[in-house]
Design a binder for this molecule. Structure first.
Ligand code: CTP
Ligand code: MG
Length: 344
């Protein structure tokens, strides 16, 4: 039988998927960059152990969650395994002094911040053309766990999930809507929007809900809870990759087009809360008009990941979702042109 000719839409979507994969592939960190970062982590860990011998310095955030772009910041968390330990703000001051003495990093300790951290940076040099920026926090075990959760989501269907997330991270940075300090959303917030969309909006879903799958064996309250929060999720990735076959066969381009459409038009910003554990939840209390967005942390469910988003910030973000949706709906002759316009 004769094959039906491809429609212009099919052709566009197919080409866009290829362009997205190629675009993202160029932006992945190089093996050299990853090696330098690992060396930096080891060096810092060794130095911090001269203050706290029982400590470990662990990566979280994009360096560890599978959604890292070239030259992204390093998020490090210091875990101290002994019972007696200094307060986070004392540690920040002491570690800050030590690193200022012993390393070439520019050090900025923030002992009084809501989450005390030491900020380190190395300015660009010929060997490290983008320098290094790194934050060290203390005892933030929930961040380590939510990093592991995102990593598992990234690994279930990397071709679609990682491509989509990495593209959105580039897009939101280029469109300047990725600064919680200026009223927009953190990268973590955007990643949760993508996972929510793939778990709860798409039907059939692209991803399972890892926090709601039945465990393989009975688990106790101690195993599942940390600081009063339920941090359990299904983390046997090998088993999942074997068993989870999504019935959703959409391409990454189709998913991206639909993602922008959903968040520009369909998501009920006035009444809804994004929760990757529970799906769409109604806001229990009607929030004042200016605090429209609400996004639940997967573990710390009383914590609003989007709390920094202002009314103007949300207006701008939604405007950007609409702009992206419009560009993709016009289907320029070449998909690469659409990508360039999106990230202008
Ligand atoms: N995090 C969190 N709660 C937030 C923001 C961040 O727990 N409200 C933690 C998460 O573990 C997240 C990490 O901090 O993975 C880093 O957040 P962020 O820098 O926003 O995301 P990255 O994936 O590191 O993105 P980027 O590459 O832009 O730094
Ligand atoms: Mg980061």
């Amino acid at each position: 039988p004769q094959r039906r000719p491809q429609s212009s839409k099919q052709r566009f979507v197919q080409e866009l998927s290829q362009c997205l994969c190629d675009f993202v592939a160029q932006l992945l960190p190089t093996p050299e960059e990853l090696a330098v970062k690992e060396d930096v982590r080891k060096l810092l860990e060794r130095l911090i152990r001269s203050i706290e011998p029982e400590s470990r310095l662990l990566s979280f955030g994009s360096t560890a969650n599978g959604f890292s772009l070239r030259n992204s910041d390093m998020d490090l968390c210091c875990i101290i395994d002994s019972e007696e330990r200094l307060s986070a703000s004392d540690l920040v001051t002491m570690v800050g002094d030590l690193l200022a003495r012993e390393t070439r990093f520019v050090i900025k300790p923030l002992p009084l911040a809501r989450i005390p951290i030491v900020k380190l940076s190395l300015p660009p040099s010929p060997g490290l053309p983008f320098g290094i920026a790194c934050d060290i926090g203390f005892e933030n075990r929930l961040a380590l766990e939510n990093t592991r959760l995102l990593f598992c989501y990234a690994m279930i269907d990397p071709a679609r999930v990682r491509t989509m997330v990495l593209f959105l991270k580039v897009w939101c940075k280029r469109r300047k809507i990725n600064s919680p300090y200026k009223g927009s959303l953190s990268s973590y917030g955007y990643v949760l929007l993508v996972i929510y969309f793939l778990v709860h909006v798409k039907n059939p879903p692209v991803l399972p809900n890892l926090q709601q799958l039945p465990p393989l064996r009975p688990i106790t309250q101690e195993e599942t809870h940390l600081n009063g929060y339920n941090i359990w999720f299904f983390d046997d990735i090998n088993l999942l990759r074997e068993r989870w076959k999504s019935k959703n066969t959409e391409t990454v381009a189709e998913l991206l087009i639909d993602f922008f459409k959903y968040y520009s038009r369909d998501f009920a910003y006035n009444t809804g809360v994004v929760s990757i554990r529970s799906g769409f939840i109604l806001k229990e209390i009607k929030l004042p008009f200016f605090s429209l967005t609400c996004e639940k942390d997967p573990f710390e469910t009383n914590f609003n990941v989007a709390r920094c988003v202002t009314r103007d910030g949300l207006y701008t973000i939604r405007g950007e979702f609409m702009r992206a949706s419009r560009i993709l709906a016009t289907r320029p002759e070449r998909a690469i042109v659409a990508l360039a316009q999106l990230c202008e």
